[in-house]
Design a protein around this ligand. Sequence first.
Ligand code: ASP
Length: 372
Amino acid sequence: MSYRMTARTTGALRRLAIVAIALGAAAVAPGDTGVALGPVAARPAVAQTVGATEQAAAQEVGAEWAIAVHGGAGTARRESMTPELESRYAAALTAALEAGGEILASGGSSLDAVEAALRLLEDSPLFNAGKGAVFTHDGRNELDASIMDGASLAAGAVAAVHHVKNPISLARRVMEASPHVMMAGVGAEEFALEQGIELVPATYFFTESRWQSLQRAREAERRADAEPVGALGERLGTVGAVALDRHGNLAAGTTTGGMTNKRFGRIGDSPIIGVGTYADNRACAVSGTGHGEFFMRNAVAHDICARVLYLEESIGEAADAVVMGVLVEQGGDGGVIAMDPEGVIAMPFNTPSMLRGYVTSEEGPVVEIFRE
Ligand code: ASP
């Protein structure tokens, strides 16, 4: 009895602490431009890509270690993106690949590589994850993330958190330091506090560019030609990673702010194991991006791995069948990055663009944005 009372009291104090953090001084002044702050690195080679079918086999040679990342599938077209912005995206993806690649090259685990790469992308205001998360209809940032270990099928996920600087690290902590797979909302944040995971005021996630996207989405909604709430719009920027380490272990992770103008409380595919993220050493590792409701209905990440395992399809065939077949038939926009146990990578997408790249023991880093 006294234990329960103590636990409750401690819980109440923790909740208060979370609120105090939420009410604390803004770490970022409104008016933040929402573009990368650091110096722009030398532009990496942006490979020319080809048609949809070949997209599924972006990299056909196996490797001792490999990591691929995505920065979201979306409607951005080359004409609408400045070369400067393109360079910034490429530099950020390259930095994430290099961080993950260094860990893998020195014999580190695929889980560590996935987490390190995704933390960097979460800290960049360019991507719809962590710092650059999009806004809900009522003007909040609500973050989802998940991670999975292909060796043990251990998995961790968090949904609808508002104060966690790096949700991917909290997802990993759920996997490794709790008996659960998924935690949401205040309970997840209380767990973050207990685990020493960094919490930030809700204002940390404010960026002017995402705020303007919300205003445009709300304006479109008011017009007669409005798209439904949560429609794909100009969305770009969920981030994900898949990796194979020298020990033959696959891992996958995905982290996002979800969809601009989503309802408060809406949870997408990204934190759902088997949908936005899946890893199984016997088959593949997958991270998805796109219109989450379609990914959920089709259990996209698991379906790709199941095709590899049961139908013995190649990773390119399996990823292509789901993204360019099943999803296209249903009108589900998006794409995936997928890797097989030999380090072969497929990156199909059915949208005009998907930020993506890879580096392996044999090749890269290569970063691509558009279809061609
Ligand atoms: N899949 C994410 C969601 O529906 C959004 C995205 O990938 O851009 O929450």
